[in-house]
Design a protein around this ligand. Structure first.
Ligand SMILES: [Zn+2]
Length: 240
């Protein structure tokens, strides 16, 4: 006699399954009510009904790659961005980061991969800038990792998020001066030598403002034995 592969449905499980169906039903009704009171609106144009509308998607898809280059980030050989931090690109980055529009990760990853192909880089591994565990818990996902995974797939390179860790919780860089940004992320990261040593690394993030976060990541990677570090971001803020 063969044993069943799945445990049989006991009466208590049946009751809990019924409860699950019931609570899922309530959840759906509640969500529908919330949508009626607070309808979703597009992160790009605020048009009601969708979190990211087709018109904004078309605008994003047709936006040329600007290939913005920053060469003033001390520990990094080269920083490239797909465009400047404005217009639809900025809205898309913010939609992914703050408004939970995860579908944007794919288009932004495609742009990132296209920008990477414009450079003369030989990359071994790609690593997203990590969030601290507490922030990851709050947000539910790391937007840099979402973008990095799509880009790595396009470039057929390994995405190794576990190679870099944010050890220290630091406040958001938004609104801080260049000096404050540098201090805010100083020694915040550590890298795993067994994953990094001898490799040329491409760090991925959504935005590069002063480059202080990328610089700290690069320092941790170099300390762990990385041969060379490049960085790629969706947008770069061009500051004086
Ligand atoms: Zn829109």
């Amino acid at each position: 006699m063969s044993l069943p592969l799945q445990p049989q449905n006991t009466s208590s499980q049946a009751r809990s399954n019924t409860g699950l169906v019931f609570s899922t039903g309530i959840h759906r009704v509640l969500n529908a009510c919330i949508d009626l009171i607070f309808p979703p609106c597009c992160a790009g144009c605020d048009r009601v009904d969708q979190f990211w509308c087709e018109r904004c998607q078309l605008t994003l898809e047709s936006l040329p790659i600007q290939n913005v280059i920053k060469q003033d980030v001390a520990s990094i050989a080269f920083v490239a961005a797909t465009g400047t931090h404005d217009g639809i690109l900025r809205k898309a980055v913010q939609g992914l980061k703050y408004r939970n529009v995860r579908q944007l990760g794919e288009e932004l990853g495609i742009r990132l991969a296209a920008t990477a192909r414009m450079q003369e880089w030989t990359i071994d591994i790609m690593i997203p800038v990590p969030l601290h565990a507490d922030r990851l818990k709050q947000r539910g996902y790391n937007q840099a990792q979402v973008i990095c995974e799509y880009a790595a797939e396009q470039l057929e390179l390994p995405c190794v998020p576990q190679a870099l860790k944010r050890e220290r919780y630091s406040q958001s860089q938004v609104g801080l001066s260049a000096k404050e940004r540098k201090e805010n992320v100083a020694d915040a990261f550590s890298a795993a030598p067994n994953l990094v040593s001898g490799n040329t690394v491409l760090i991925v993030d959504d935005v590069c403002t002063t480059g202080s976060t990328l610089n700290e990541c690069a320092q941790a990677l170099i300390a762990a034995g990385a041969r060379q570090v490049y960085a790629l971001t969706v947008t770069a803020a061009i500051t004086a």
